[in-house]
Ligand binder design. Structure first.
Ligand code: NAP
Length: 493
């Protein structure tokens, strides 16, 4: 079996270098969130037996892979990057079809996956240890970083190729082997990433992918004692469960969770620029980014003007088929998400915030076949309200008026999350004060909350993360362990 077999396209698991159906033979559907009539494909509905086979393969491959030189590993990653780049338009189009972000974003995300492969192809050629002075002048005292073993990687649907890449690629670059469970709402992009790695010559068993539900695949995977490290991106609720599981077994754990990201706009900001950046931060990917802007914290002197212009721009957005070039915002991921978001909007309105744009499902012009929610704007949001505190993970922005920079920072910091934050101002002193005082892992001055590059650490403060960082050099810290070597010559005869 190859990854793609029949029509409707059916995709298997990738275990020990072979594409294969689930042991049960069962499949699940992957449907286009913009048009539920469009069946993107069928994927293996796996279970414990498949997870077990994948873990056996990862365990068996570990010794050979950890002994493969970094230079050889680097060559495979470079080749996989070339394969992804050469297919970026096709993979990006499929990504848009299964996930719903605009085509530009889908292709951009695919190129990001290639960029990540290239980055780690270089990063693993960097020094991986340190030499220290010793109390003895004949002792060679040094550290080396070594891989951990079998890593479980569990990812969400909102970046279905970039997030798998930024976990799997450093894991294998540093010599680990992987069992990977992609999100069930967008598994096809993950298939394309694994295909590229396989075609690039990755040995059998180094990466194994098992698709299927959280209960049947995710749960047995993260609980298995063969797994020495778990890297997870997703919701806080699941992250909390994983903390308990990992603590009980002593498993290394990396969590990237939710956000309630603020954009502060001070009175002296360039309003046109701030407006566009806040809208991009709030509405790109239909607001379904962990780094999306969901709170616009505006100085009172400009709040009316800013809110009016935000409202006009948001209401003028083209919402529809994400494959169409004119579309600015696509659907949310599934019917459940659309219902939840509209319910959350009603809850927000019932608490006193003023709904000034959007708020409803969009069902006209063929949009009834998909899960479209209008881009939504609230004004007069209280910081301690539901809308001021909770992640909605959809196209919903709340405006919170404030009287000063100090109040803005205090409001920004008043949530349990701390992923990303931005400020718009021309005042260097205020920008620097914000950068010092804000409780967030990613800080932007005069740019939207959602920008992130792969060569620098990524992760949040407080409930958004688990203190470990992903991407850049930080990935080496998570995916390796340190060995200290004291080397003395044998005594002279
Ligand atoms: P989710 O429901 O937590 O699911 C994430 C992944 O975990 C999916 O593959 C899911 O499988 C799996 N899963 C669920 N329960 C599990 C369990 N008990 N054991 C093992 N695996 C389990 O999250 P989501 O709805 O996909 O993603 C949205 C959330 O992710 C938001 O809160 C968002 O902020 C966050 N996020 C954070 C970052 C970041 O870097 N900080 C980036 C992106 C998204 P199924 O798909 O089969 O259910």
């Amino acid at each position: 079996m190859t990854a793609t077999a029949t029509s409707p396209a059916t995709f298997g698991n990738y275990i020990n270098g072979q594409w294969q159906p689930a042991a049960s033979g069962e499949t699940f559907e992957n449907r286009n969130p913009a048009n539920q009539d469009d069946l993107v494909g069928l994927h293996a509905a796996s279970g414990r037996e498949d997870v077990d086979a994948a873990l056996n393969a990862a365990q068996a491959a570990f010794d050979g892979w950890r002994r493969t030189s970094a230079i050889q590993r680097s060559a495979i990653l470079h080749k996989a990057a070339e394969i992804i780049s050469s297919r970026a338009n096709d993979i990006g189009r499929e990504l848009t079809r299964e996930e719903g972000k605009t085509l530009k974003e889908g292709i951009g995300e695919t190129n990001r996956a290639a960029q990540i492969l290239r980055y780690y192809a270089g990063e693993i050629q960097q020094p991986d240890g340190e030499h220290y002075p010793s109390a003895s002048n004949t002792t060679l005292l040094y550290t080396v970083r070594e891989p951990l073993g079998v890593c479980a990687i569990v990812t969400p649907w909102n970046f279905p190729i970039a997030i798998p890449a930024w976990k799997i690629v450093p894991a294998i670059a540093f010599g680990n082997t992987v069992v990977f469970k992609p999100a069930s709402d967008a598994p096809l992009s993950s298939v394309r990433l694994i295909e590229a790695l396989a075609e690039a010559g990755l040995p059998a068993g180094v990466v194994n992918m098992v698709t299927g539900s959280a209960g049947q695949v995710g749960d047995p995977l993260v609980r298995d004692p063969r797994v020495v490290a778990i890297s997870f991106t997703g919701s806080n609720a699941v992250g909390q469960e994983l903390r308990k599981i990992a603590a009980e077994r002593g498993t290394k754990l990396q969590l990237e969770l939710g956000g309630k990201n603020p954009a502060i706009v001070l009175s002296d900001a360039d309003m046109d620029h701030a407006l566009q950046q806040v809208i991009n931060g709030a509405m790109m990917s239909t607001g379904q980014k962990c780094t999306a802007t969901s709170r616009a914290i505006i100085e009172r002197a400009r709040v009316d003007e800013f809110t009016t212009r935000l409202s006009e721009r948001i209401q003028a957005m083209t919402v529809g088929d994400p494959q169409a070039p004119e579309t600015q915002m696509g659907p949310v991921i599934n019917a459940k998400a659309a219902e939840r978001i509209v319910g959350d909007i009603k809850k927000g309105a019932s608490e006193g915030a003023e709904l000034i744009a959007g708020g409803e499902r969009l069902t006209d012009n063929g949009r009834g076949k998909g899960h479209f929610v209008a881009p939504t704007l609230f004004s007069g949001v209280e910081s301690d309200s539901f809308l001021g505190q909770e992640e909605l993970f959809g196209p919903v922005l709340g405006v919170i008026p404030v009287d000063s920079l100090e109040e803005a920072i205090s409001v920004a910091n008043s949530v349990r999350f701390g992923l990303s934050a931005s400020i718009f101002t021309r005042d260097l002193g205020k920008a620097m004060a914000f950068a010092r005082e804000i409780q967030a892992g990613i800080v932007h001055i005069n740019s939207e909350t959602a920008g992130a590059e792969p060569q620098v650490p990524f992760g949040g403060y407080k409930g958004s993360s688990s203190y470990s960082r992903e991407q850049g050099k930080s990935a080496r810290e998570f995916f390796t362990q340190v060995k200290t070597v004291y080397m003395d010559p044998p005594p002279a005869r």
